[in-house]
Design a protein around this ligand. Structure first.
Ligand code: FMN
Length: 345
């Protein structure tokens, strides 16, 4: 019988072997302690899913100024490193592989989370709308980052990567998707700078590239999540594609472990033919993780077409901790619903 493509193993870079092609993508659960320390319940939650080829944990903030949501875990102090150690130990005991997702929300935040300080952004351009998850707050004007602040945030990503290594993670994913700080540098609307960090696709991409270089000094396996032509927390602008055309090609030079699509593949996007994963694949030659709306069946088809090397299965993995077993033994997959976010099961 022909082997199921989902359960073929794969080697990423030198020596990082994954048991199968299914990745648990980062999904923020807002369940860290009030000091933003990972809990024992989080360790159990991730350990239950250790059969997925790779777990990428939820967005993990690189500094107090990176926060934009309640109870997001951090990776910038010893207590947080200790908390994550418990998580990585349990996942490893169960035979899994686990990456940290390094996150800075930039302007997608509020002084409420920042001890009264204004959120950071490439330019002083506010996001419109309400801050989600409970509080009756509106997003507001961010503060434009000085060069000094830009370099200090790059340093925070580097330090968080070093902390991830100490905490026992197998690698890290840099969160460059979905309109958060790195992505804010990659769009004309949010990056109106005229210095070395804005004005052309080359300059707008520098923040991403400098973070990759800094993080690679600390950790061997480094992936990047990006959402080119996706518009979460951003205004649509067809001119942005020249920027993603540029950075996706340039990423070939960085010996990354993978590029992970942060957009939803099962809906059509303007400005490109086909899915966002196919667009990434057309410009980036390394390992690609597809994401957004996949079932086991559609993932098999996509992998067989060669659109990507790995597939993220997100919400179904929240609904089914034993997703891998269920797919292997052709059991029913429980449907996901937002109510499932209330508890870590
Ligand atoms: C509750 C929830 C939280 C999420 N948090 C993050 C996050 O912290 N970082 C990130 O890159 N994507 C985040 N995502 C997006 C998922 O990683 C994934 O791309 C999305 O759920 C689509 O995949 P799916 O259709 O397989 O669920 C989140 C999604 C959900 C449902």
């Amino acid at each position: 019988m022909k082997e199921d493509i989902l359960f073929e193993n794969i080697e990423l870079g030198n020596g990082l072997n994954l048991e199968n092609r299914i990745v648990m993508p980062p999904m923020s659960r807002s369940k860290a302690s009030d000091d933003l320390i990972p809990t024992d319940a989080m360790a159990d939650y991730y350990a239950r899913r250790a059969e997925t080829g790779l777990i990428i944990v939820e967005g993990t903030i690189v500094s107090p100024m990176a926060q934009g949501y309640p109870n997001s875990p951090g990776l910038y102090n010893e207590e947080q490193i200790e908390g994550w150690k418990k998580v990585t130990d349990k996942v490893h005991q169960n035979g899994g592989k686990i990456f940290a997702q390094l996150w800075h929300c930039g302007r997608v935040s509020h002084p409420f989370y920042l001890e009264g300080k204004l959120p950071l952004a490439p330019s002083a351009v506010p996001l419109q709308g309400k801050v989600p998850r409970g509080k009756d707050l509106e997003y507001g004007m961010p503060s434009e980052m000085s060069e000094e602040v830009i370099f200090s945030v790059i340093g925070e990503f580097k330090q968080a990567a070093a902390n991830a290594r100490k905490a026992g993670f197998d690698g890290v994913e840099i969160h460059g998707a979905n309109g958060y700080l790195i992505d804010q540098f990659l769009h004309w609307e949010t990056n109106q700078r005229t210095d070395a960090w804005g004005g052309t696709p080359e300059k707008m991409s520098q923040f991403l590239f400098k973070i990759i270089e800094a993080v690679k000094q600390e950790v061997e396996y480094v992936g990047v999540r990006l959402s080119p032509v996706g518009y979460l927390h951003l205004e649509e602008n067809e001119e942005d594609k020249v920027i993603s055309d540029y950075y996706l090609k340039q990423l070939n030079q960085y010996e990354l472990t993978y590029v992970h699509n942060g957009s939803i593949d099962d809906k059509p996007y303007q400005y490109i033919d086909g899915s966002v994963t196919q667009y990434i694949r057309s410009l980036y030659q390394g390992i690609v993780i597809a994401s957004g709306g996949y079932s086991a069946e559609s993932a098999r088809e996509m992998l067989s077409r060669g659109d990507a090397d790995l597939v993220a299965i997100g919400r179904p993995l929240i609904a089914n901790p034993d997703y891998i077993e269920r797919v292997k033994t052709q059991q029913e997959i429980k449907p996901y619903s937002n109510e499932m976010l209330a508890e870590l099961v």
